[in-house]
Design a protein around this ligand. Structure first.
Ligand code: PEP
Ligand code: MG
Length: 580
């Protein structure tokens, strides 16, 4: 059993066998055989070894002819390993003594071998480790043959272990048999983490070398609450976690009972709780969890996972589905926020040096007008279907806002000419998620119908901390006094200038910040839908007066540690079960 620590980004616990994504495109179940099956299994192993050897010799011959002996020497290492007696002995013993299948024996022994190589300090060795993974893949391909199980066609529940997952890969896990995932890379507010929360898939990211150390078929526990991954747990640990799953499910059910009660503080102040969504079908969950509407629809997910851009009709259909599903409640459609960690195929082929500071969001739209106009046309056509509003991401200046308005005005004229109905007075708001927007909020407020504070980016750009980088993850915190001051000032601008301000960064769904945000004056929170009941519980446990008192105290502290500890303590005091 091995316990590894990472960053818990999506709560819940999952127990299943591992599907290691980057080193095999298929799954190796941890299966045992009976003593009577040993001979047949060894014969199968020998066949797999022979076939792999023949294939490697063939490849070597081809490489010698085309590239010369030196280039072909890479295959010598692979062939050498296939003839390594001690390695073969270990694989055979795993079959004969531990009674595991040939493929599981190959996967575990080669993984252990790779790990041992890495622990030796010699700069040539990492190359060798890649060679071992390569060989593992080849052997498994021969052993599993047609019985290969791919991620799209799983027949059993798994947990995925990978170096990293893109937001679109994570999104494709919907309705699959993936129970949880763990990755080497990532941060709390990377879009991969956001999607995992939306799908309620327990996830731990930033677990150094987990994709190297887990072998396909290992039993793995993903504890998204504590940010822990346990490889091959013992019986006691398994039982403890199974109990934990039962308790967690009961807790979720208890929270769901809050669905129909209003989000009122103890002294009667009403707070709007809304859902953030990536796909139209999430509207249902947001309403089920008691959401008052959708505060952020990340429409760029329409572009992810597809080789081509969506057509106007595809945009329209998605918006129509979301607006109809929200049944008259407000819904904010954000124009596409592509770039940074959300790439299209084209962006993947031409990567930027520093994508979070690159051609992202509104900048990308203003440089790709046909694509922006297509989306705006579809949004405007959908604007007559309900209480729909449009929001622009990553605004850094009034000029960008004005340019976007000119494009929108132009699209409106076209629609008018074509006699296509749309809501001419559709509300247009902006995300406040850059320090530039926060500092010029009084100007921007004169030209916007509403603001939504995007703390995920606001924190990253204010503190100069990449939101997806596990190495600086502890520095990414909403409790930094600079961040709190910015939120306070933005809310003040909203009150003074009479425009609605909501907050849709992950902070809105983190119970430790609920009291502070209330005290700062926030009355509209938008979050990943599964979090709505938990936040509602904190709101219903505190008076506004108390929240303001706590907030005043927070403003006297000067480190994030002090602030976070104090907020956790006060939150637990008013709502003992706030953190589950
Ligand atoms: C944010 O930046 O806080 C936000 C809500 O937008 P996204 O996470 O999509 O960048
Ligand atoms: Mg953002």
């Amino acid at each position: 059993m091995e316990i590894r620590k990472g960053i818990g980004v999506s709560p819940g616990v999952a127990i299943a066998s591992a599907f290691v994504l980057e080193t095999e495109e298929f799954r190796v179940p941890r299966r045992t055989i009976t003593p009577e099956q040993v001979d047949a299994e060894l014969a199968r192993l020998d066949r797999g070894l022979d076939e792999s050897q023949a294939e490697l010799e063939e490849l070597r011959r081809g490489a010698v002819n085309q590239l010369g002996t030196e280039a072909a020497s890479i295959f010598d290492f692979h062939l050498g390993m296939l003839r390594d007696r001690s390695l073969l002995k270990q694989i055979r013993e795993t079959v004969t003594e531990k009674l595991f299948t040939a493929e599981y024996a190959v996967a575990t022994v080669l993984r252990a071998h790779a790990k041992a190589f890495l622990q030796m300090s010699n700069s040539v060795l990492p190359e060798r480790v890649r060679d071992i993974y390569d060989l593992e893949k080849r052997l498994l391909r021969h052993l599993l043959g047609e019985r290969r199980e791919t991620l799209e066609h799983l027949t059993e529940d798994v947990v995925v272990v990978a170096h990293d997952l893109t937001p679109s890969q994570t999104a494709s896990l919907v309705k699959s048999r993936v129970m949880g995932f763990a990755t080497d890379a990532g941060g709390r507010t990377s879009h991969t983490a956001i999607v995992a929360r939306a799908l309620s898939i327990p996830a731990v990211v930033g677990v150094a070398d987990i994709s190297r150390d887990v072998a396909a078929g290992d039993t793995v526990i993903i504890d998204g609450n504590r940010g822990v991954v346990i490889i091959n747990p013992d019986e006691l640990t398994l039982e403890e976690h199974r109990r934990y799953i039962r308790e967690y499910t009961a807790l979720e059910q208890e929270l769901d009972e809050l669905r129909t009660v209003p989000a009122l503080t103890k002294d009667g102040v009403h707070v709007r709780l809304m859902g953030n969504i990536e796909f139209p079908n999430e509207v249902e969950t947001a309403l089920e969890k008691g959401g008052d509407g959708i505060g952020l629809y990340r429409t760029e997910f329409l572009y992810l996972g597809s080789e081509r851009e969506p057509t106007e009709e595809e945009h329209y259909k998605a918006y129509e589905q979301a607006i109809v599903a929200v049944r008259g409640k407000p819904i904010i459609l954000r124009t596409l926020d592509l770039g940074a960690d959300k790439w299209t195929q084209r962006q993947r082929e031409e990567p930027e040096r520093n994508p979070f500071l690159g051609l992202r969001s509104i900048r990308f739209c203003l440089q790709n007008l046909p694509l922006f106009r297509t989306q705006l046309r579809a949004m405007l056509r959908a604007s007559v279907l309900g209480d729909m509003r449009i929001m622009l991401p990553l605004i850094t200046s009034a000029l960008e806002l004005r340019q976007a308005k000119i494009v929108m005005g132009d699209v409106m004229e076209d629609l008018e000419e074509e006699r296509i109905p749309f809501n001419r007075s559709v509300k247009l708001g902006i995300m406040i998620e850059t320090p530039a927007a926060a500092l010029t909020a009084p100007t921007l407020a004169k030209e916007s119908d509403f603001f939504s504070i995007g703390t995920n980016d606001l924190i990253q750009y204010t503190l100069a901390v990449d939101r997806t980088n596990e190495r600086v993850a502890p520095l990414f915190t909403a409790a930094n006094p600079a961040v709190i001051k910015m939120i306070k000032d933005i809310l003040k601008v909203g009150r003074r200038q009479g425009i609605d301000v909501s907050l849709c960064g992950e902070m809105a769904g983190e119970p430790e910040y609920t009291i502070l945000l209330l005290g700062l004056g926030l009355r509209a929170f938008s979050m990943t839908p599964p979090r709505i009941p938990q936040i509602k519980r904190v709101i219903r446990s505190v008076t506004l007066e108390k929240a303001m008192k706590i907030t005043r105290r927070v403003m006297t502290f000067d480190t994030d540690r002090q602030i976070l500890n104090y907020l956790r303590e006060e939150t637990r005091r008013v709502a003992p079960k706030a953190f589950g």
